[in-house]
Write a protein that binds this ligand. Structure first.
Ligand code: GLN
Length: 345
């Protein structure tokens, strides 16, 4: 009895302290995602240095102008939901936003017409096929697939309420400006280059038209969509757009509310299921974060409530996803224990 009491009073607390000290370093992976400035600063430069020499993939060339972008550009950014910014590399180089614009136009439609309208008029199912798959558009006769593949994105553009194409585009641009907290500009050479070679997207427009799944003139919708894809953003600006999603719809730099909080989970759900196109399953399995990629080399990932993580690097793989950007984001997410499916969060 006396021995047990002594064990309880002195030895047991000592053992507990030793156990705590041993386990403490590993708690970060199971607890809150850290927003400690030193940690985020370190991770951004580690991710940059780890992958800066990776040459896998090549700049998209089906849009001729994209093949001219210097392939070695590489930038990594974190913007927290409180507005702190951490950067490494080429974070001020403006590149075309391309498909990364798609979730934001879907958000604009939700703002105007509610999130149910996306479900009813476009759809939300991932395709498992390439972003520009005609087959996917044909085999789903009720809906234009989802707003993050080309056909659904063209349909989303056609849903933006406007009397003219110019008004429709300006609404989209103004919405992106507010998300980025900056005046964004179209990269005209990219727009012209894609407008001259976007026959496949025009085919999507006509398929949607003959099955009543487009809500403005189809060629006008394709043209506005093409202009939307040519909007120039820097990695830093894109990270502010992502951080607005992470901050429940309020831009953490300008403090302006851009998206209603109730729509943010819907936008992130679309990104989780289809943000990486036919690699969305792989991305969910490896990084576990809602994200959106574009053939311009940008990727924005969102850690809800915490931060956005952005990579920019023009070399993309067969799915059209930037190789170094994906690796950099995956590395940071893993180090932070930011996987949204992690039970410890
Ligand atoms: N503008 C491009 C297209 O329509 C966007 C594709 C992408 O970024 N995946 O093909």
């Amino acid at each position: 009895m006396a021995k047990l009491t002594r064990f309880g009073r002195t030895i047991l607390p000592g053992m507990l302290i030793i156990a705590f000290v041993l386990v403490a370093p590993f708690r970060a992976t199971g607890g809150e995602v850290s927003t400690d400035p030193a940690t985020l600063k370190r991770l951004v430069s580690e991710a940059y240095n780890k992958f800066k020499d990776l040459k896998e993939g090549k700049p998209a060339d089906y849009i001729p102008e994209l093949a001219k972008v210097p392939p070695d550009l590489f930038g990594v950014v974190i913007v927290t939901a409180k507005g702190e910014i951490y950067t490494a590399g080429d974070v001020d180089h403006a590149f075309s936003i391309q498909s990364v614009s798609k979730p934001f136009t879907a958000a604009l439609v939700m703002q105007e017409q509610g999130s149910q309208s996306i479900l009813e008029k476009i759809g939300v199912e991932p395709t498992g096929l390439k972003f520009n798959s005609i087959l996917a558009t044909q085999i789903l006769p009720q809906v234009s697939v989802n707003p993050l593949v080309n056909s659904g994105a063209i349909a989303a553009v056609s849903m933006v309420k406007a009397k003219t194409a110019a008004e429709r585009f300006n609404k989209i641009l103004d919405f992106e400006d507010r998300l980025a907290g900056a005046k964004l500009k179209v990269i005209e050479d990219v727009y012209k280059s894609e407008a001259a070679t976007n026959q496949r997207n025009r085919a999507h427009g006509y398929i949607l038209f003959v099955s009543d799944r487009i809500y403005s003139d189809p060629m006008e919708a394709v043209d506005v969509y093409t202009r939307q894809c040519a909007i120039g953003v820097t990695a830093k600006q894109l990270a502010v757009m992502g951080a607005t999603l992470a901050n429940n719809g309020v831009n953490p730099i300008t403090k302006a509310r851009v998206i209603d909080a109730r729509h943010v989970p819907k936008v992130l759900a679309l990104m989780m299921m289809a943000g990486f196109y036919n690699e969305s399953g792989l991305w969910a399995y490896t990084a576990g974060l809602p994200a959106k990629t574009g053939v311009g080399g940008g990727i924005v990932a969102v850690v809800p409530g915490k931060m956005s993580i952005v990579g920019f690097s023009p070399r993309v793989n067969d799915a059209g996803n930037s190789v170094r950007s994906a690796k950099a984001i995956e590395y940071i997410a893993e180090q932070l224990g930011a996987n949204v499916f992690g039970s410890g969060r």
